[in-house]
Design a protein around this ligand. Structure first.
Ligand SMILES: [Zn+2]
Length: 56
């Protein structure tokens, strides 16, 4: 319980808002929201994905 500097975040497609990925990132090393180009199953193409608020 001592180290909890890692948070679980979802990555949602910017075009359809579907959450396609879940990732873990460090609160300490990464302060800015993630932005990644990933494949969206709904759009059937690569789209920009942005970070959603942390998951439980
Ligand atoms: Zn999409």
């Amino acid at each position: 319980m001592a180290k909890s500097n890692r948070i679980l975040v979802g990555l949602v497609c910017k075009e359809c808002n579907q959450q396609n990925y879940v990732t873990v990132r460090s609160k300490i090393n990464t302060q800015e929201p993630l932005k990644l180009r990933k494949f969206c199953n709904k759009c059937k193409k690569q789209t920009d994905h942005k970070e959603k608020k942390k998951l439980d």
